[in-house]
Design a protein around this ligand. Structure first.
Ligand code: RWZ
Length: 361
């Protein structure tokens, strides 16, 4: 811990996670699903587990199903002519109790090895929930397959790829919320998509170094239409000699993702159920916090940039109302504005960034 006062939010957070864990059924399928969710994504596990029971199970399985699809997409040892049909057919495997496709590494491999337990849990969900998950897996698999065969080049490609891998998740979640009768309002696809894009693009920006060093081959999602203005090849940004250009490119991508912030806030403001609201809002606040850390920060090209653990915990417990979300967004927008007026004042897009940041103040 960086500071002793950071311990209290952490204590509360872990106490909540333990309590939620104790609520699992003691059946091998559901216990496996929740423990794997916990291993794969600690922060999603916490926000998923605070959902009302009828929705919690569906979202847990939705996450693991998409994570399995993602594991196939990410495994660069699978030949393209095997991977593409596997992604396209993935949705047809969801009802097959025997199906598994062992690939990926570490916890992801454990997910794929034990996939029949996910299927067993999936088949216990309400049929409406099963249909939503199947429909999204079908569209996502098809979209991923499209981008196995071509690269993300233009900003339009970037938005489309992120729509497939994250925006569709937002659309699916809205269907699950409505099917569970927790949300009744108007939640248009475009707003749900923006919420997904805000998270996905933030991860793509933050994970530059991890992705470019990926073995056996890197897979990059930074659009050439943007990075091409700052370098000849993406690898060049790793070289400290190109730090100035790399940071300008990074700032351009931050500007690009911040254009989704207003629609993401609009989406959150339309939610009615407090637990659904927290589930959606916490990751959005973490994302803008991560963007504020990454903005104008050359460390993105040399290591991992993350929010401090205590800060994460603080937001996990404090996001209880739209007012707190606006305050958190304004706080992180201010941090970026200060960087614009100080160290990043010569950035080519400082003016445009000011405009989008002012929209969330
Ligand atoms: C059902 C809450 C694993 C999420 C999608 C499923 C598969 C995209 C990877 C998400 C935050 C990183 C998790 C942006 C959404 N492939 N990106 C629920 C899932 C960011 C989450 C992860 C996306 C996703």
């Amino acid at each position: 811990l960086d500071h002793p006062e950071e311990i209290w939010p952490l204590v509360q957070m872990y106490a909540a996670a333990r309590k939620a864990k104790a609520q699992t059924r003691g059946s091998p399928d559901w216990d496996f699903c929740y423990s794997l969710l916990n291993a794969v994504s600690r922060s999603f596990s916490i926000v998923i587990q605070q959902l009302p029971p009828q929705l919690r199970d569906a979202v847990c399985i939705f996450y693991l199903v998409l994570r399995a699809l993602d594991t196939i997409e990410d495994d660069m040892t699978i030949p393209v002519d095997v991977k593409v049909p596997e992604l396209v057919k993935f949705h047809t495997r969801l009802r097959d109790r025997e199906w598994k496709y062992v690939c990926g590494e570490k916890d992801y491999r454990r997910l794929m090895l034990n996939y029949p337990l996910v299927t067993q849990a999936f088949l216990q969900l309400d049929s409406v929930h099963q249909e939503v998950i199947t429909d999204i897996a079908r569209r996502m698999g098809k979209g991923m397959a499209e981008f196995i065969e071509r690269d993300v080049e233009t900003v339009q490609d970037y938005d489309l790829y992120c729509h497939y891998v994250a925006g569709l998740t937002g659309l699916g979640l809205v269907h699950l919320f409505k099917a569970s009768r927790l949300e009744h309002g108007d939640l248009p696809d475009d707003l749900a998509n923006s919420m997904g894009l805000f998270l996905q693009k933030t991860n793509i920006i933050r994970d530059y170094l991890e992705d470019i060093n990926e073995e056996p081959a890197p897979r990059m999602f930074w659009p050439k239409e943007i990075w091409g203005k700052y370098g000849r090849v993406l690898e060049d940004f790793k070289d400290p000699a190109n730090s100035a250009a790399a940071v300008q490119c990074l700032n351009h991508l931050v500007l690009n993702v911040m254009r989704h912030a207003v629609r993401s806030l609009e989406f959150l403001s339309r939610l009615q159920d407090i637990q659904v609201f927290r589930f959606c809002a916490i990751p959005q606040v973490m994302a803008i916090g991560t963007l504020a850390e990454c903005f104008n920060n050359p460390q993105v090209f040399t290591g991992v940039v993350k929010m401090r653990r205590g800060e994460t915990a603080k937001y996990m417990v404090s996001i209880n109302s739209m007012r707190n979300v606006y305050l958190a967004f304004a706080h992180f927008a201010c941090i970026m504005i200060k960087k614009c007026n100080g160290p990043a004042q010569n950035d080519p897009h400082a003016t445009e960034l000011h405009v989008v940041l002012n929209e969330v103040l």
